[in-house]
Ligand binder design. Structure first.
Ligand SMILES: [Fe+2]
Length: 289
């Protein structure tokens, strides 16, 4: 098992090369955002303060907050088109999210409804920062060969996940073991870290996800471990090549609030489905003529 890696100039210097070689790479999102958008990037952070996030309705202990928004990136037009969220019976905005049961056994393959994004997250200039991140991350992932169809439209998921442990209850990610996300390419970017112990990132072999194990149970499958400590530090994963895990978070000082807020940006290619393929997927015959 490797020891905790330290961020270094080399580690951030050529993210694409490292991602190609090892299937994951640490990076600093500030280097993508650029100095001209520092103030706007701070507005992105402010829009993602933990108290602004809705409770994750699927967290049984109510210590996890999140929202989810979706866009469509069309490379040949260089266009990012926001996918409209749904409205529930109470007029609340939500976005559908599904992971197959083999990927997330905790959620058992059900289609989850996550709260949609806040107005602050969808407003200028936060949208400018997000657009820059989406375009530059897409370029890194395609150049690294993580995304194999550079001219294909891609669904872009924007998840903001806040782990907010209380005095006695840790806050954990789902699933709480090595796993894949099922989106081929994901970037995780730290936005807030306040009064947190834990939240250590682990990169593992794909077999660790299959086994649904935690790092101490499969030390031979651990590739790397590190902790995101400063705003905009992050990591990229090729979801087919590595698995990942984030350890439980607890309050460092029990009497003060705590939060670890991360922005996830993930990419999934979108393909047309022909009738014959649809029939295979749904198990239904289609009319022939
Ligand atoms: Fe994950």
């Amino acid at each position: 098992m490797k020891q905790t890696s330290k961020p270094s100039e080399g580690a951030f210097a050529n993210v694409t090369t490292i991602l190609t070689r090892q299937g994951y790479a640490r990076f600093d999102a500030r280097s993508l955002i650029g100095t001209g958008l520092v103030a706007a990037a701070e507005k992105l952070r402010q829009a993602c303060r933990s108290e602004l996030l809705a409770l994750d309705p699927y967290d049984r202990v109510r210590c996890r907050r999140r929202f989810l928004d979706e866009s469509l990136f069309v490379p040949w037009m260089d266009s990012i088109i926001r996918v409209p969220p749904f409205l529930n019976e109470d007029g609340e905005v939500f976005t559908m999210y599904q992971q197959y049961v083999t990927v997330n056994t905790v959620e058992k393959g059900v289609s989850r409804q996550f709260p949609g994004l806040s107005a602050a997250f969808a407003s200028f200039p936060v949208t400018v920062v997000l657009s820059v991140l989406i375009r530059k991350l897409f370029r890194i992932f395609t150049q690294a060969g993580v995304l194999s169809f550079p001219m294909q439209p891609h669904r872009v998921g924007l998840h903001v996940i806040g782990l907010c442990p209380d005095e006695t209850t840790p806050s954990v990610v789902s699933p709480d073991c090595f796993h894949h996300d099922d989106e081929p390419a994901t970037a995780a970017i730290l936005l807030w870290l306040e009064n947190i112990s834990g939240g250590q990132v682990w990169i593992g072999a794909p077999e660790a996800a299959t086994a649904q194990k935690k790092p101490k149970e499969v030390p031979e499958m651990v590739k790397d471990t590190f902790t995101l400590q400063l705003p905009f530090q992050g990591y990229l994963v090729n979801d087919r090549v590595v698995s990942h895990y984030v350890s439980a978070t607890e309050r460092e000082n029990k009497s003060e609030t705590a939060a670890r807020v991360v922005l996830l940006v993930d990419f999934t290619p979108v393909f047309a489905i022909r009738n014959s393929e649809l029939a295979i997927l749904t198990g239904q015959q289609h009319a022939t003529h």
